[in-house]
Design a protein around this ligand. Structure first.
Ligand code: UDP
Length: 468
């Protein structure tokens, strides 16, 4: 029997997307054995562990291999969370090799599929295992990473010091270099080096699998396949297999906010949620509250505690003290049309609830795909990672979102929140029409005869013929 080995980086979104890829493979080839390497527990929050237990119990064809603990003594000595992830995964490479050897001893490994944080391509090459990158963001980010080696070679400046826009084929040329993926801004940082190393490895892989679908990102995909992002170099084949979303996410369970939504009129509620790591300052939270109150719209708002100096708390901030954080009397005054959730809401179930008509999002790629699949128009309010680049593509190219405009220091005024919330809730807006069409396209892509099924079938044929 053949085995496909998947290696996500830590973080719920990455693990879920890989497991969904595994389930997609199993739906097409039920007899495939799938092994998933789980990065050391230094990073796995409690919810990831619970998720893995649930998948182990319900999908027996997937075997999880937990890599040994890598102790990180001093989180504060790392410049960013990304640098900790790169460090831990680099230190895990010996364990990755041992696990791959052990799996290969009993079954041919037909493919090793790795996340972009996983620096394990060289090991797989030594073991002669075909290796594919799985990009959990969109093709627009892939286009950028394919350009990065050339940008790195032809400039000496840090992105944060460039007063130009990024020239990435397939992406509107209006993304300021300063809006680059946050940990890449400083050329002298270890993150910058790690991402550049990844971008060099990317083009040496056997293929690139992307959690997107052909009709969502036509321009970026065309530029990539025409070799424009990596001129003179090799661009591996690109396979769009998305949207791959948490298939259990629709069952939000017995949740108070879903019960509250049951009592609201059709498409009347704007949902505000900022990913697994999006935090706002106390001042910004008060401003959002002011904007929501003035808008008069119904709202469901996930509120987290503001950031603290302790980097570990970024993954699991303490519960927010709502009465203290929000303006005096806000909760009481808006209780008939608003619902504030502490820290976490079942987002997929919320977006698919008939009462939700708009979504203020941090532009994390899973959130974008989830909104598209639910047919909900967005207000783009990027916070971290590659989200500023996503915003440009969502607003300018895909036309699925309007942009929340911030001052130069990133602060968004209550009047802007009010304006954008009203705009996204308009019943007959252009963005709503576009999202509804794209929602159908997304469903078609993963239905029989769809582009994502065709791409996965191509891969499966390749992997099966290798085993023969
Ligand atoms: N999510 C959720 N509830 C929350 C916040 C996030 O269910 O309160 C889920 C969301 O549905 C998505 C994932 O967490 O599947 C966040 O992934 P995304 O790529 O959007 O952003 P990230 O957290 O990776 O920045």
């Amino acid at each position: 029997m053949e085995t496909i080995v998947l290696y996500p980086s830590p973080g719920m979104g990455h693990v879920i997307a890989m497991v969904e890829l595994a389930k997609f493979i199993l739906r097409r080839r039920p007899s495939t054995a799938i092994a998933v390497l789980i990065a050391p527990p230094s990073f796995n929050t409690g919810s990831t562990a619970a998720y893995i237990r649930r998948i182990s119990a319900t999908v027996p064809s997937i075997t999880f291999h937990h890599l040994p603990q890598v102790t990180v003594h001093d989180f504060s000595s790392f410049p960013s969370m990304e640098s900790v992830i790169f460090h831990v995964l680099r230190r895990s490479n010996d364990a990755v090799r041992r696990t791959l050897e052990q799996i290969s001893a009993s079954a041919a490994v037909s493919a090793f599929i790795i996340d972009f944080f996983c620096p394990s391509l060289a090991i797989a090459k030594e073991l002669r295992i075909p290796t594919y990158y799985f990009i959990t963001s969109g093709a627009c980010i892939l286009a950028f990473f394919l350009c990065l080696p050339e940008i790195d070679e032809t400039t000496t400046e840090s992105f944060r010091d460039m007063n130009t826009s990024l020239n990435v084929p397939g992406i509107p040329a209006i993304v300021p270099a300063k809006d680059m993926i946050l940990p890449l801004l400083d050329r002298d940082s270890s993150d910058y080096d790690d991402f550049v190393k990844f971008s060099f490895d990317l083009v040496k892989s056997d293929g690139i699998i992307v959690n997107t679908f052909e009709n969502l990102e036509t321009k970026a995909l065309r530029s990539i396949r025409e070799g424009k992002c990596n001129p003179g170099g090799r661009t591996p084949p690109v396979y769009c297999v998305g949207p791959l979303l948490d298939s259990d996410g629709h069952h939000g369970g017995d949740n108070e906010c879903l019960r509250w939504l049951d009592g609201q009129p059709e498409r009347s509620v704007v949902f505000l949620c900022f990913g697994s790591l999006g935090l706002h300052s106390a001042e910004q939270l008060r401003e959002i509250a002011g904007g929501l109150e003035r808008s008069g719209e119904r709202f469901l708002w996930v509120v987290r505690s503001p950031p603290t100096a302790d980097p570990r708390k970024r993954f699991e901030p303490p519960p927010p003290e709502l009465e203290r954080l929000l303006p005096a009397g806000f909760l009481e005054r808006t209780k008939d049309r608003g619902f504030v959730v502490e820290s976490w809401a079942p987002q997929v179930a919320v977006l698919n609830h008939g009462a939700v008509g708009g979504f203020v999002t941090h532009c994390g790629w899973n959130s974008v795909l989830e909104a598209v699949c639910a047919g909900v128009p967005m207000v783009a309010w990027p916070i971290y990672a590659e989200q500023k680049m996503n915003r440009v593509v969502m607003v300018e190219d895909m036309k699925l979102a309007v942009s929340m405009e911030a001052a130069a220091d990133g602060f968004v005024a209550a009047a802007e929140v009010e304006r954008r919330v009203k705009e996204v809730m308009e019943a007959e807006s252009e963005v709503r029409k576009v999202v509804e069409v794209m929602c159908q396209e997304a469903k078609a892509a993963v239905s029989d005869g769809g582009s994502s099924i065709a791409a996965l079938e191509k891969l499966l044929d390749l992997w099966t013929s290798r085993g023969k």
